[in-house]
Design a protein around this ligand. Structure first.
Ligand SMILES: Cc1cc2nc3c(=O)[nH]c(=O)nc-3n(C[C@H](O)[C@H](O)[C@H](O)COP(=O)(O)O)c2cc1C
Length: 509
């Protein structure tokens, strides 16, 4: 029996850092499907947009709707540069997350997540979700709280087993203090390290009712899905079932490589068992190469509520990827094809990561690997017990010597890339250093057939709405099942139209 879902058939997958920003999510949700903003590193994304002068004033407009004006003012004072910073000046860094985080660090996380969700939801009644990575733990509580303040409809989380999140959604939406247990290595005494967060500490004035977002766990096997249902701290409302061809991080192959094989590889055992997923009785969406009408039909026939789609949205006009990078990839596609490889070394998380090698254009995988190592963002840092009750923060992507000084094995640093700095560069927010700009890093799914179909029928520029029309055909303008007030089909609005957004509502001092 198919489990009915209140969410639409198409989920636009969360794509970090900032690839699925508020513009893309808004375009998708105004078209009646689920737009998902990436919640990864939003504190840096928003702080850097402010430092670029917030052209068009969208950030400030969102901030003027933030419930607590004094906090909003503090963020503006800390990061906003009227007219933007000088182009050759580095971005001011946001404070690094730590177990004992400064109030200002958490305030930025709350506000940044509020802004992104507010803008994605502004002016329509479509469904908007936010995507987080389970491996990025310290920003999680303040970030989710900021998204809840802005009325996010769904939280989606993968890259780990997010057992704690459903209960956290319950608690934060009731203004309760929450603790997130941290994954700490080298902790034989099982010291319960956790990050604590109390929404009441941040409130200016009375509490008000908050909506508990739905929770969709991103899984790649029925085993993880079943574990989520059995052991999660609260209700899991559904699953995104992602296969190993999807963009971004993937689950590791289930079979370890044979001694003779130099690299791990995916095999038939890695295909998720859809019968078992269906048997769990929750709505689910299939992901990884599902961006076509035929694939959607096949997914629905298997009992899915729909599909989650990434790559083809990453190359549409509303995507956060720099236009020149999108164009380079589309050129490559038209010239013979894009080669997406699973890199088993690149990500400091240890998870396989899909990479496009744009050699001779903007960034080559080797270029990104050979860059002078700097670790100044730390989203993927690992926590290691210092032998008593302290934590050592380290990242295999940081300079080898400092990783070793922190007790790490130099072997673990081999082939690692700084995804934090590289992915920010891909969306035009790369740091400026003495030796130049940070090099972009590009991820995508293996299946470019939908991008190919779009550019051959519509030309190099296509919109999120075009993607939805391509997949839903004449059903595209129908209302989604959940959204009783769904806006009618809204014509495509070009991505770079911020300056026309009307009067700016500034935050009052
Ligand atoms: C550029 C890019 C970035 C992605 N980043 C994330 C991410 O931050 N979190 C996540 O859960 N999935 C991420 N994904 C996976 C997508 O959300 C989606 O599940 C996947 O791309 C679906 O497969 P498809 O690309 O073949 O359509 C990313 C995918 C792409 C293409």
């Amino acid at each position: 029996m198919k489990k009915q879902s209140e969410f639409p058939e198409i989920i636009q997958g969360g794509m970090g850092i900032g690839v699925s920003d508020w513009r893309l999510a808004k375009a998708v949700s105004t078209a009646g499907q689920m737009g998902v903003v990436s919640g990864t590193a939003l504190d840096s994304v928003v702080a850097r947009r402010f430092q670029l002068g917030d052209p068009g004033g969208n950030m400030r407009r969102a901030l003027s709707h933030f419930p607590w004006p004094e906090m909003a003012r503090r963020i503006l004072d800390a990061y906003f540069i009227p007219g933007g910073k000088a182009p050759d000046k580095p971005f001011k860094l946001v404070p690094r997350a730590a177990v004992q985080m400064k109030r200002a660090t958490m305030e930025l996380m709350i506000v940044a997540n509020f802004i992104e969700v507010f803008l994605a939801k502004e002016g329509h009644s479509g469904v908007v979700g936010i995507n987080y990575l389970e491996k990025v733990q310290l920003p999680t509580l303040p970030s989710i709280f900021g998204a809840i303040l802005a009325g996010v409809d769904a939280v989606l989380m993968g890259a780990g087993i997010p057992l704690a999140i459903p209960g956290i959604l319950d608690g934060l939406s009731r203004w309760e203090p929450m603790a997130l247990k941290l994954h700490v290595e080298n902790n034989p005494e099982h010291i319960p390290f956790s990050h604590r967060f109390d929404p009441a500490d941040f409130r200016e004035g009375e509490a008000f009712p908050l909506n508990r977002p739905k929770f969709l766990a991103i899984v790649s096997s029925d085993i993880v899905a079943k574990t989520m249902i059995r052991k999660a701290s609260g209700t899991v409302d559904g699953f995104v079932v992602e296969n190993h061809t999807a963009g971004g991080h993937n689950a590791p192959p289930r079979r370890a490589p044979k001694a003779s094989a130099s690299l791990p590889a995916y095999g038939p055992k890695d295909a998720p068992n859809i019968d078992r997923i269906r048997g769990l009785g929750k709505p689910f969406w299939l992901a990884g190469g599902y961006a076509s009408a035929a694939k959607l039909k096949a997914a629905l026939a298997e009992g899915a509520s729909g599909v989650q789609i990434g790559t083809v949205f990453a190359y549409c006009t509303e995507s956060g990827i720099l236009p020149e990078i999108r164009e380079a990839v589309v050129e490559r596609l038209l010239a013979g094809g894009v080669d997406t490889q699973t890199d088993f070394q690149a990500s400091p998380t240890g998870y396989p990561f899909k990479l496009i090698d744009l050699n001779s254009t903007m960034a080559s995988v080797e270029g990104a690997r050979c860059r002078r190592r700097v670790c100044d963002l730390g989203y993927l840092q690992q926590f290691v017990c210092d032998g008593s009750d302290g934590i050592i923060y380290r990242c295999p992507g940081e300079p080898v010597e400092s990783y070793r000084r922190k007790g790490g094995d130099a072997g673990d640093t081999e082939g690692k890339m700084c995804l934090c700095n590289g992915l920010l560069a891909t969306i035009g927010l790369g740091q400026i250093r003495g030796e130049g700009r940070e090099v972009p890093i590009l991820t995508a799914g293996e299946d470019f057939s939908a991008v190919q179909a779009m550019v051959t029928t519509l030309g190099r520029e296509y919109s999120a709405r075009d993607v939805i029309d391509h997949i839903l055909g004449e059903r595209s303008c129908r209302r989604s099942s959940m959204d009783s007030n769904a806006s009618p089909c809204i014509p495509f609005q070009p991505r770079r139209s911020e300056a026309d957004d009307g009067a700016l509502l500034r935050v009052q001092a």
